[in-house]
Design a binder for this molecule. Sequence first.
Ligand SMILES: Cc1cc2nc3c(=O)[nH]c(=O)nc-3n(C[C@H](O)[C@H](O)[C@H](O)COP(=O)(O)OP(=O)(O)OC[C@H]3O[C@@H](n4cnc5c(N)ncnc54)[C@H](O)[C@@H]3O)c2cc1C
Length: 597
Amino acid sequence: MVQHHQHEVVIVGAGGAGLMAALYASRSADTAVLSKLYPTRSHTGAAQGGIGAALGNLEEDHADWHTFDTVKGSDYLGDQDAIEYMCTQAVPVVYELEHMGLPFSRNPDGTIAQRRFGGHTNNETKKPVMRSCYAADRTGHMILQTLYQQCIKNKVNFYDEFHVLDLLMRDGVVNGVVAVELATGDLHVFHAKSVVFATGGHGRVWEVTSNAYAYTGDGVAIAMRRGLPAQDLEFFQFHPTGIFKMGILITEGVRGEGGILVNDQGERFMERYAPTVKDLASRDVVSRSIFLEVKEGRGINGGRYVHLDMRPETVNKYAELDGRTGPDGKPLIVTGEQLLSKVPDIVDFARTYLGVDPIKELMPIQPTAHYAMGGIPTNFHTQVLADAKGAVVPGFFAAGEVACVSVHGANRLGTNSLLDLVVFGKEAGIKAAEYAKGADYKPLDEDPTAFTREQLDRLLAGKGGEKIVTIAEEMKMKMMDDVGVFRTAEGMHSAAEKMRELRSRYLNVSVDDHGRRFNTDLLNAWELGCLLDVALVTAVSAEARPESRGAHAREDFPQRDDANWLKHSLAWLDGDQVKLDYKPVTITKHQPMERVY
Ligand SMILES: Cc1cc2nc3c(=O)[nH]c(=O)nc-3n(C[C@H](O)[C@H](O)[C@H](O)COP(=O)(O)OP(=O)(O)OC[C@H]3O[C@@H](n4cnc5c(N)ncnc54)[C@H](O)[C@@H]3O)c2cc1C
């Protein structure tokens, strides 16, 4: 049975970006939010360390410094107009969250507490600056809860556990989506004037990841299946500190509070790779340093991991050396209890998953696949773009991790994603409602669910005996080995070939559950199809870029090549072929320079 609905603005995704968009759109338009997860289970709720804004509550800071750090962190691939907008909006938007009731941690004088984070610096002294606004190590959780409450208050229509499988378009104009209702298996057509995608990332492509199971790249894959491009997919961030083997994230906030990385010889190796900011260099730099330590045999006991040390005696030993001072200018001496109050969840994770008490012992960590810098191309009004010339897809908007504005370029700074969500989620809500006010409902195609049924029927009919788990395992291992922290032409080429093979084997996948209600087996199989599409485009886009920039580090091309490659990639997926095009980076104030940390 197909059910029909009509709303002026339909938002897909109920994480930070989707809820912020909903809050703003619902002020002037009839707004619905569709989410495959119950809203407060969105990955935003897992964000730990904080949201970046140059409030300057504890030391001097400026939006201009935040802008420059973000441009530099992006390895100059970020679009500077969008970055400047985001960093300038950061200050009012954090206060806006505060006024909505977000329970930030506080300084003794009552202002919002802030801490250091990788890549965020005082541009004059080059030392780390306290810019990350946090609510203990549960910042994302607090943002999500606060925004959800506000949306309920604003009477946003929620369709929880509705899994969107297709984007509807007519004559190049977006006019709705098709979703499966998890509880019943029914198909629902949502007729809309504006559609906003806020579906999050796709870290489940890789074997070791900090990402939720739901991070399967649905938004990007759905758009590509409708002939739209994906931007900069070759840039995927590995966070330096995932729990060894499991990938569960240990926030950069631990190093922000003074934790350090050590190798098998007990050496604080980041002093060699980034003499000024050391353990607080940007994530791409720290992940590569760990990888090199391991490669040169200095992993712990020769293994594939190093240690993160946040014991108070270590933190205090380096306080003076690193210039970590309190408001009184004296070295910041901390106790175990204070550390526990700043990162309680991390201490809990370490105890639960590692059997280690981080106040007394060392934590084994390794880089973990963390964040998609690439995604659906948009301008900084969040309008989705169809080509390298900047043609807008009418009625279609994207925000949050699924989108590529691009404010993160080749490498995102910690705390800048939560910021991206609220700044561009808000923009998406405003722009989608504005557009809806001036537009009519475009008629739907005669059979709007045809493509969705075709995809599901094929999966249900599959009798080839290929298992979802086997294909997923092979994809994850290959992408981890060959399109991970370090890359070579040969590795990426073989990864692309492997993804083509897996995509053809995927056609023979069979699902065990043929029922209608809560058929997660079927939907997981559909999600795997999205991951394979995204993985193929990632491998091909990466192989086509013969330089090292940000998170894209090539052993065969170790240098950044601004003369030829200071440009964004756009990729279209057609069958198993990927067509690439490029567009220039917007540079306003900051000419590319060598990155020194
Ligand atoms: C462990 C962890 C810690 C992090 N810590 C920080 C931090 O401290 N600071 C920071 O700035 N960033 C952090 N990040 C990054 C940041 O949290 C994410 O990039 C951000 O939360 C993504 O938000 P979003 O709104 O784009 O997506 P999400 O919050 O993931 O929401 C996606 C939504 O889309 C829905 N959805 C997806 N596909 C479909 C579909 N097909 N149909 C219907 N609904 C769909 C989901 O149900 C969900 O509601 C962290 C990330 C992780 C994984």
